[in-house]
Design a protein around this ligand. Structure first.
Ligand code: SUG
Length: 437
């Protein structure tokens, strides 16, 4: 079984709208001018980097934006330009929401369970409902369509998104598979309990994932071994809006901050649950004096990709980790103590400024060779596909996007022209986006 990373291709409307309360980078970059072309090229460079480490790499297409259907549902009328003009004048925050390129963070696209871990021996997908932020709640339908098209064979089972805010689900950002060669343990991390009003919960920022959502995912996927851990409310209040901002695991390795979880025994629970499926955990815990939680949020050290490659265990980290002395010292300690073989850092600043590091940009899909043979091949990043995507970005993406540019009706046509061409490049069919239907 090998893990394929499916990264979200950054969409042409990547912008900084400050839409995510509790996501420090999103709030602090609100209103800045974004660079969509650079953002997309940084993302493609990361995909190519991981592929060149010898790993399977796929791409998930951006979503159709702006969501004019949503603005019409909210009462704006007239032709497309009139709808956009009226929204820009009366509700610019709604225009920003329907223009968000947030589907790029595919760690939040879905939860995926490996066939070795499920009762029916199939790979299970549940698209995340992303119910806790309005702009992201617009994603599940298109995500579901993409997953069904790319993973269309009989090896795959597709579930509907979970219902409503009590089952607030942010996908794989709160889900990790630890695994031996033939068995896996799913670690699910939640921020609050939906049905117990006095249970521990953050005070300042929202807890996006509920225990009830995590339990429902494991239940409907038929997962044999699952562990449920609660995030420390204080960490969420410090800006850890998803667990993948403070912990990352892969294979037999688990890297976490000492203040990640509510319960101090969390690391030992992981160790013993993993032992029950036959695994021997390799654990690295970062103490607060090595890197405080605020430093984890600032550098996104834990939002790195932890990868088993033919040349050893590699951490693909954002370049902020090389620039910050404390984070750099932690990465050096991980290598010195034998937890990793090496650390590589990449420039993903365009995404980082919205709170999206290397791990946010990828959805991990563990597949056997037979399952991999059923994946829609044009969405795998060969060198030829990489060159085509780079050319496509350079032809269609704007260099810069300021908040006021979202009112420009020309942007609607630019995006549709680009996405229409992309459906041919990735062979997704001529009915992939709603505007094509
Ligand atoms: O949901 N940012 C995303 C970042 C998601 C990061 N994903 C993981 N940690 N896995 C979010 O908060 C900001 C958009 C804006 O403000 O323009 C945004 O949606």
């Amino acid at each position: 079984m090998a893990e394929l990373n499916f990264d979200g291709l950054v969409g042409p409307t990547h912008n900084y709208a400050g839409l995510s309360h509790g996501n420090v980078a999103s709030s602090s970059h609100r209103g800045q001018v974004s660079r969509p072309r650079e953002a997309a090229l940084q993302g493609i460079a990361k995909m190519a980097f991981v592929r060149d480490l010898g790993l399977g790499q796929g791409v998930l297409p951006p979503h159709d934006r702006p969501r004019l259907d949503v603005l019409r549902e909210l009462g704006f009328t007239g032709d497309d330009a009139t709808v956009v003009g009226a929204t820009a004048a009366n509700a610019p925050h709604l225009l920003a929401a329907v223009y968000s390129a947030s589907p790029m963070w595919t760690a939040n696209a879905a939860t995926v369970s490996a066939s070795t871990d499920t009762a029916d021996g199939k790979v299970h997908f549940t698209p995340a409902n992303l119910a806790s932020t309005f702009h992201r709640s617009l994603e599940p339908a298109q995500t579901a369509r993409a997953l069904r098209r790319i993973f269309g064979g009989d090896a795959f089972v597709h579930h509907a998104p979970l219902p409503g805010a009590a089952f607030g689900d942010e996908g794989a950002a709160n889900h990790t598979r630890l695994a031996t060669a033939d068995a896996g343990l799913e670690v699910h991390v939640f921020g609050r309990r939906a049905f117990e009003k006095d249970a521990p919960a953050p005070a300042r920022f929202p807890a996006r994932q509920t225990l009830e959502a995590s339990e429902a995912l494991a239940r409907r996927h038929g997962v044999r071994s699952a562990l449920f851990l609660q995030q420390a409310p204080a960490a969420i209040d410090a800006g850890v809006f998803h667990n993948d901002v403070i912990a990352v695991g892969h294979g037999e390795r688990w890297l976490m901050h000492a203040e990640a979880f509510l319960d101090e025994g969390a690391a030992e629970w992981i160790r013993s649950a993993f032992a029950e499926v036959g695994g021997a955990l390799k654990l690295f815990v970062v103490a607060s004096d090595q890197l405080p939680v605020e430093g984890a949020v600032k550098t996104y050290l834990f939002n790195s990709q932890l990868l088993d490659t033919p040349s050893g265990a590699v951490l693909v980290a954002p370049m902020e980790c090389a620039e910050d002395p404390k984070a750099r010292a932690v990465t050096e300690a991980m290598v010195a103590e034998g937890f990793l073989d090496r650390v590589e850092t990449l420039d993903l600043r365009q995404s980082m400024h919205n709170g999206g590091g290397p791990a946010c940009l990828r959805l991990r899909v563990p597949l056997t060779d037979a399952e991999r043979a059923q994946v829609h091949e044009p969405c795998l990043l060969t060198a030829a596909r990489e060159a085509q995507l780079i050319g496509w970005v350079k032809r269609h993406y704007r260099e810069e996007l300021a908040p006021a540019d979202l009112a420009d009706p020309a942007l609607i046509t630019e995006v549709r022209t680009a996405l229409d061409e992309l459906t041919r490049l990735l062979e997704l069919g001529d009915d992939f986006y709603d505007f094509q239907r």
